[in-house]
Design a protein around this ligand. Structure first.
Ligand code: ZN
Ligand code: ZN
Length: 414
């Protein structure tokens, strides 16, 4: 490894361990990692033990092997998660694991796989890993999603470059996005960055908007009602243990949860969406009383329809997120084909389960109580899709009927 690269990589590993999941003494750590990224998992492991981890458990995966599994494994395997696998995840979740997920895959790795298998397995995983997912959504343990390049992904992002060039270019973009510079202090940068994001979130919460209107020339014309006592969040979250963590690196969003039954109109996506190993393009939804009424995609429509059709909750929005058009990742102009980056370059929504912390005291409420508070608390999926554009306007309507420009020409106006 080249020296300057190695020092940036070391900075990155420290950042993920100390700010991302914020590993505490005696805490178990789990790293979900592609085998191509083993060198980074090793560095993370070293840093996690230095921070006092009780144990570091690695969950390896591999694009090639998982593709073979989806294509050829016995059909009975797609209706249940192995009990020992479910037990491992759910137990670690209960123990308050620091969970690091490295997101790096060929965006089209599962092209041609039977979507019915994926649908069945997603239902099974939602059921068998429910405890783990629920703890994750309600900050029961600290977690952090980060990325490093792999060749198949880098080539999709930079198709005209050689593999080596594409890898170097994607590394540059990722280091920029996570604020790592040679000789810089990424940890201090991140504390500053989160503070700025949290200020915007606080402003949004103080307005206590009753409704937000979205409009742009791509065809979006949407009214989104907000639940009473909703909270806008950004930057870090507090885990149940009281430890502050950052769930996404990078993160540029200020987000909340819409009123489950309060979304009406048309929503047009402005970027492709990588979903279950396929690239879904040209997405358009219409909503009535919060429920998705029609679904269209120019490419891989069935993949999208299966995910929206997963359960009743997946027919409703669970997240509303604001990202300025002038945010650094957006300005890079790069289409990442990876939601972690593309969602942080664009205003977005997610269909499926809401984060409980988006309503006051939500982390301590049951799904039934959260539903009564008006947010979409019960679904086995959560899929972000991007709707931001240079000409997006978002107008907030306060409870006493005042109209406040929230976004003008794609950027914050408040
Ligand atoms: Zn988001
Ligand atoms: Zn999301």
């Amino acid at each position: 490894m080249e020296k300057s690269f190695e020092s940036k990589l070391r900075q990155y590993a420290r950042l993920v361990v100390s700010v991302g999941v914020n590993v505490q003494k005696g805490q178990p750590v789990m790293i979900a990692c592609p085998v191509d990224c083993a060198y980074f998992a090793r560095m993370l492991t070293e840093e996690a033990y230095k921070a006092g981890a009780k144990d570091v458990i690695i969950s390896w995966r591999d694009d090639f092997c998982s593709r073979q599994h989806w294509l050829y494994a016995d059909d009975s395997l797609f209706d249940a998660v192995y009990p020992w696998e479910a037990d491992q995840r759910n137990t670690l979740g209960r123990e308050g694991v620091a969970y690091i997920a490295i997101s790096a895959q060929d965006p089209e790795n599962l092209k041609g796989v039977d979507p019915e298998r994926q649908r069945r397995y997603n239902i099974a995983a939602g059921r068998d890993l429910k405890e783990f997912y629920r703890l994750e959504m309600s900050n029961g343990f600290p977690w952090c999603v980060v990325s490093i390049p792999i060749p198949a992904w880098a080539k999709k992002v930079f198709p005209n470059a050689s593999e080596e060039e594409a890898m170097a270019m994607l590394w540059d973009e990722i280091f920029n996005a996570v604020r790592i510079k040679e000789g810089g202090d990424a940890v201090a940068e991140w504390h500053e960055h989160c503070k700025r994001l949290e200020e915007n979130a606080k402003k949004m919460t103080q307005y206590a908007f009753a409704e937000l209107h979205y409009k742009n020339s791509a065809g979006t014309d949407l009214k989104v009602k907000m639940p009473d006592n909703h909270i806008w969040l950004a930057g870090g979250d507090d885990a149940k243990s009281g430890v502050r963590f950052v769930a996404n690196m990078p993160t540029e969003e200020v987000f909340s949860a819409p009123l489950r039954t309060g979304v009406d109109g048309t929503l047009v996506a402005t970027k492709p969406l990588v979903l279950n190993g396929n690239v879904v393009e040209g997405i358009k939804f219409t909503f009535k009383d919060g429920r998705i009424e029609s679904i269209h995609a120019d490419a891989n429509e069935q993949t999208l329809k299966n995910e929206v059709g997963l359960d009743e909750g997946s027919h409703y929005l669970g997240e509303i997120a604001l990202v300025p058009y002038d945010s650094p990742i957006s300005l890079s102009g790069v289409l990442f084909f990876n939601t972690l980056f593309d969602e942080n370059a664009s205003c977005h929504f997610a269909f499926g389960e809401a984060y409980p912390a988006c309503v006051e005291g939500g982390d301590d409420l049951s799904p039934e109580e959260l539903l009564a508070r008006g947010i979409n608390a019960e679904s086995n999926t959560h899929v972000d899709f991007m709707v931001g554009s240079r000409d997006l306007t978002i107008t907030g309507v306060t409870k006493d009927g005042r109209e406040i420009p929230v976004f003008v020409n794609g950027n914050f106006a408040i």
